[in-house]
Ligand binder design. Structure first.
Ligand code: HEM
Length: 496
């Protein structure tokens, strides 16, 4: 009996050792160790109290692993953490590796096949991308809509003037301003009212969808459970999507009607006009509206909040920015989008914010549409791939004093986030690069500069700038924790 028990234990030990250290027959990238049967690397990653993008950045550094295989439960993910690895994925093998890994709770078939964000690079996606790039976010449309964006930012400034001396939760206000900018880009309407209850419901529904989308989902780690929706996340997601679609149902109906009766000839077009011109169905319109409000609002508002926090924490940098604004814009005038090209220090501040705090630290997950060799390793078909833009932006081999907010570094270099410099890719690169980047390029600098030109900012309870706490928290975007509370003091009167 004793012999049998010993033999059984010995065999079990061999099996466990084999599973832990089995030879890499498939030539996969090096696997993060230890990787447990059924749990993969979950115990290692869950034990860490730091957010996942930081833990993975640290692990890639300490293992000198540009590419790593990380297994969460039973789901394998390839993690790229250097500019070279990012370039191979997003440029050299862009065609094979630009599929999308759809988050489980967003797997809604009717939506995904009409989706700019979640569809693979199908012919349908190519058509959506072309319309988005050339018409919706194209230079002509951006120019036509410039006055309305400036008006919406002006409304935020007016509201804050009325709140002088009172604590403002800046992210909520900026998020609302961005929703109004997007509401006007999309169907020429506001969807947010300052100081009012969220009566339209847009703000809370978009926020809820972002929270649902970023909640840890068992089915993401154990795909066999996908159909069960154990946490009810998919059900919640479908419900919120239905509710948000209802918010613009009547607007779409009225526009269709006014176009068909020809009484509604409109002076300047918006996104809805472009989609109707191209014969889009209501389902297609719903998906694209949601995919503009969703990715367009939270990414930009968190970037603006981070920029403000970094500037408030660095009074000398802030003084330099204010001086530039006084010189270029003038002390009594409002910032206009036309000023932005003449404000190099402002642009450097935004870039430095995006380097340190990329709104999407892992970009959006890609998927191998076919097996592919990357840096000598094989990435099997259908594997999920994430590019750690956060790790790349803070790599000490590339950036001097990588954790310091030093906008000057961008004044001295031509590095930009247009997707051609793989050491700095907050918007991604290649065929899936952020399609809303031209809009973000205008709204983010306009809002940051207006906030700094119109107001001096102080912290509640007499705290000093250096006491500002700026922890990172990773939801669907990289947010600041705790969210920024600040007190505005008006800086002189500005004419419009
Ligand atoms: C700070 C602002 C923003 C950042 C950092 C950002 C970042 C990103 C990133 C990293 C991706 C994924 C790239 C990839 O998969 O490799 C992406 C995709 C996308 N973004 Fe943005 N984004 C921003 C603003 C916007 C805005 C303002 C809009 C629209 C109004 C927008 C719409 C989209 C869409 C539709 C996609 C999916 C494109 C596709 O898969 O083909 N984004 N963005």
């Amino acid at each position: 009996m004793e012999v049998i028990t010993t033999l059984a234990l010995f065999s079990l030990t061999l099996v466990v050792l084999y599973l832990l250290f089995k030879p890499n027959q498939n030539n996969l990238p090096p696997s993060l160790k230890p990787s447990w049967p059924l749990l993969g690397n979950l115990p290692t990653l869950l034990r860490s109290t730091t957010p996942l993008h930081i833990t993975l950045a640290d692990l890639a550094q300490s293992h000198s692993a540009p590419l790593m295989l990380v297994t969460l439960g039973t789901a394998p993910t390839i993690v790229a953490s250097t500019p070279e690895a990012a370039m191979e994925i997003l440029k050299t093998h862009d065609r094979a590796l630009s599929g999308r890994h759809i988050s489980v709770c967003f797997r809604i078939e009717e939506m995904n096949k009409n989706s700019l964000v979640w569809d693979d690079c199908t012919d349908n996606w190519k058509q959506l991308r072309r319309i988005a790039k050339t018409e919706i976010f194209g230079p002509r449309m951006l120019q036509i809509q410039e006055p309305v964006r400036e008006k919406k930012v002006g409304e935020l400034m007016e509201f804050l003037r009325g709140r002088e001396g009172k604590v403002a939760k800046i992210s909520e206000l900026v998020f609302g301003t961005l929703l109004n900018i997007l509401g006007n880009v999309i169907f020429s309407k506001d969807v947010f009212g300052y100081g009012e209850k969220d009566e339209v419901g847009m703000q809370s529904l978009i926020k809820e969808l972002l929270i649902i989308g970023s909640s840890p989902n068992v089915a993401e780690f154990y795909p066999v459970f996908e159909g069960l929706d154990l946490q009810g996340l998919k059900r919640k997601c479908v419900d919120r999507v239905d509710r948000v679609n209802k918010l613009w149902e009547s607007t779409v109906k009225e526009r269709r009607l006014s176009r068909s009766t020809n009484s509604g000839e409109r002076e300047s077009k918006d996104m809805l006009d472009v989609l109707l011109d191209n014969g889009f169905s209501d389902v297609q319109i719903n998906v694209l509206f949601l995919e503009t409000f969703g990715p367009g609002s939270e990414t930009s508002s968190s970037t603006i909040e981070w920029a403000m926090a970094e500037l408030i924490k660095s009074p000398t940098k802030l003084a330099k920015l204010k001086e530039e604004l006084n010189q270029v814009v003038g002390p009594t005038s409002q910032v206009k989008e036309a000023h932005i090209p003449s404000l190099p220090y402002l642009q450097a501040c935004i870039k430095e914010t995006m380097r340190l705090h990329p709104a999407a630290p892992f970009l959006l997950p890609h998927r191998a549409m076919e097996p592919c060799k990357v840096m000598g390793y094989t990435i099997p078909k259908n594997y999920k791939i994430i590019v750690n833009a956060y790790a790349i932006g803070r790599d000490p081999k590339i950036w001097k004093d990588p954790c310091c907010f030093r906008p000057e570094r961008f004044l001295e270099s031509s590095v930009d986030y247009n997707g051609n410099h793989f050491e700095f890719i907050p918007f991604g690169s290649g065929r899936r690069i952020c399609v809303g980047m031209p809009l973000a390029n205008r709204t983010i600098p306009l809002i940051v500069s207006s906030l700094m030109h119109n107001f001096d900012w102080s912290l509640p309870e007499g705290r000093k700038p250096e006491e500002l706490v700026m922890n990172e928290i990773l939801g669907l975007t990289l947010a600041i924790d705790p969210s920024l509370s600040v007190i505005p003091t008006v800086r002189g009167n500005k004419t419009y």
